[in-house]
Design a protein around this ligand. Structure first.
Ligand SMILES: C[S@@+](CC[C@H](N)C(=O)[O-])C[C@H]1O[C@@H](n2cnc3c(N)ncnc32)[C@H](O)[C@@H]1O
Length: 249
């Protein structure tokens, strides 16, 4: 049975969401001193006390859109150096690893990476704690593929240009960035009559607008495929799945 189909798991998840929203500075309009919300992400994993139902994004399986991408590559991932960003409990990283990639996976929260290692004791994935905004210097230009699933949408929108620039910097020339994130339409122009009626974007998560793929920070990243995927029973919200290539090869 998939985790979310278990009513008990789903009930614990719903309760955890309520409790976590109540202490999330971004949900309560107080901003907080740390734009990265490090304390909140730390609290998510600490308060879960080893119950994955209490980690809102941990579904104990690779994301279906990531899984389909990996499956479509067939043997094309073998030997590739893959970096999984904001890896959480490791399901996406493990799926890339099972496809033959050499995977490094990191999260801001060390507790998440330790939990992932406990879940997968035989893992070949190199898990570590790191901050996307301050990655180890040795990672610059070191990866053939960077997988980012749901981490960009968990960042306040004003952090996105810096995040994209960093992700681009981690790719080898010709390397690719996979983005899986909730999607939204572009904001109306301020001059249009509907703009005044538009409520400020609420989040997290903050679904990404299409302009994200044309952001100046993406200057060195050429969009190869941008899929706008409607909600389905399996993925019940509109999503982007985009593949961008770092120029230089
Ligand atoms: C919404 S969760 C997604 C987790 C995982 N990618 C998945 O799809 O299940 C975002 C993850 O990014 C991590 N994170 C947040 N800010 C980060 C940062 N600045 N650097 C690295 N990881 C970060 C969080 O701790 C959390 O595990």
């Amino acid at each position: 049975m998939k985790a979310l189909e278990d009513p008990d798991f789903a009930a614990r998840r719903a309760q955890a969401r309520l409790e976590l929203d109540a202490i999330d500075p971004a949900k309560n309009g107080v901003g907080g001193a740390d734009p990265l919300r490090r304390d909140w992400f730390e609290a998510v994993y600490a308060l879960a006390e080893n119950d994955p139902a209490r980690v809102p994004w941990a579904n104990l399986a690779p994301h279906p859109l990531v899984k389909a991408f990996v499956d479509f590559q067939a043997r094309g991932l073998e030997g590739l150096r893959v970096l999984d960003v904001g890896c959480g409990l490791g399901d996406n990283a493990e799926y890339f690893s099972a496809a033959g990639a050499q995977v490094t996976a990191f999260d801001l929260v060390e507790g998440a990476t330790l939990w992932a290692k406990r879940r997968f004791p035989q893992t070949r994935v190199a898990y570590c704690a790191a901050d996307l905004f301050d990655p180890p210097p040795a990672w610059r230009g070191a990866f053939d593929l960077v997988n980012e699933c749901y981490t960009l949408q968990a960042l306040a929108p004003d952090l996105l240009p810096r995040a994209l620039a960093t992700l681009a910097d981690l790719l080898a020339p010709g390397g690719k960035l996979l983005i899986v994130a909730r999607a939204r339409d572009e904001d109306p122009q301020p001059s249009s009559s509907s703009a005044a009626l538009t409520a400020p974007l609420s989040g997290p998560p903050w679904p990404l607008p299409p302009s994200i793929f044309k952001d100046p920070a993406c200057a060195g990243l050429e969009p190869l495929v941008v899929e706008d995927i409607a909600a389905t029973a399996e993925v019940p919200a509109r999503h982007w799945r985009a593949l961008l290539r770092r120029s230089g090869a």
